[in-house]
Design a protein around this ligand. Structure first.
Ligand SMILES: [Zn+2]
Length: 314
């Protein structure tokens, strides 16, 4: 069997043979039980010099744990940022058990003694729009203030640079750093054909993403409707006021709300998607109210500004 290099390794390969040098070896312990070794860790390097992606930096920002669906599983995630020696920050997403294991109280305790240096081992590293995004995968590990030469060197360089040391930013739940656009974009990615083939019972409560072309918007059933001020359901005129099926009689004036019957397609198939309210507004960048009250506006004729988004890939 031929040896393969690290950068040729993929998840699909089984029983690959690698030739590697162990460039660092250390015992990993639980912070409060120094005597109990939980594992023996090592960094590997191959003859071409590529290593598994390990990242070292000081902790700059910590967000609280939030939850997101991965398939059917409500999964904990924690966003944070680390800083390199040039004061650049990089977003890091800790998934699942890593989000739970990361104890922010311990970090704040350690911060009293200076910047907290974290090493992420075997991370998934992605470039998206010229920015680097790090996230954990099942093989990842992280280590806080590890007593190894690399960490000492990092600290010494930080000291010498005399950059002002900012305290770790603690982000409140409400102003969470959002999950990186790259992660968001690829979450539960499906083709149009795969979406059509989904079992509706199974797909319930799950969000999927799909990249497809917006081919046409069908206006047979109008491109906007009069929405209930409270629940955005469709309202009907009723005895001088309005009637909403959800909320009943409603005196508040209804609001024009987008309902675009879109036909989308990729190379696998085409399908009808209904794009409502805010989502449509994000796409068109103009509120439905504004277009609906425009002179010559017609519920059954698409305004030119909406036509502009046709044929785009989303
Ligand atoms: Zn309502």
């Amino acid at each position: 069997m031929e040896f393969v290099l690290f950068d040729q390794l993929t998840l699909q390969q089984q029983r690959s043979k690698i030739k590697t040098r162990v460039c660092r070896l250390w015992e990993s312990t639980i912070p409060k039980q120094k005597n109990e070794i939980i594992s023996l860790e090592c960094l590997l390097i191959d003859e071409k010099g590529s290593s598994m992606q390990d990242v070292l930096g000081s902790i700059a920002t910590i967000c609280p744990i939030s939850y997101t669906y991965v398939g059917h599983e409500l999964t904990p995630i924690r966003n944070m940022e680390i800083k390199d020696l040039e004061d650049n920050t990089f977003p890091v997403t800790l998934w699942d058990k890593f989000a739970m294991e990361f104890d922010e109280n311990i970090i704040y305790e350690k911060e009293a003694a200076g910047p907290v240096v974290i090493i992420f081992a075997s991370m998934s590293v992605r470039m998206y729009k010229e920015k680097l995004y790090l996230s954990t995968c099942s093989a990842s590990r992280f280590y806080i203030n590890l007593d190894i030469p690399e960490v000492t060197t990092f600290r010494n360089t930080l000291d010498r640079s005399q950059l002002p040391i900012a305290p770790i930013k603690h982000i409140e739940a409400a102003q969470q750093l959002t999950i990186s656009p790259y992660e968001q974009m690829l979450k539960n990615r499906k083709t149009v054909a795969e979406l059509l083939a989904l079992n509706p019972m199974e797909a319930e409560n799950t969000n999927y993403t799909c990249q497809a072309k917006l081919v046409e918007i069908d206006t047979t059933y109008k491109w906007w409707y009069k929405a209930c001020y409270d629940c955005k359901g469709e309202v009907k005129d009723y005895d001088g006021t309005f009637w909403c099926n959800q909320c009943g009689k409603n005196d508040q004036s209804p609001v024009p709300w987008y309902k675009l019957n879109a036909i989308v397609a990729d190379e696998t198939s085409s399908a009808n998607f209904t794009i409502f309210g805010k989502t449509a507004q994000d796409l068109i960048r103009v509120p439905a109210q504004q277009l609906a009250i425009a002179i010559n506006s017609n519920k059954f004729i698409l305004p030119p500004i909406i036509k502009n988004v046709l044929h785009g890939e989303f």
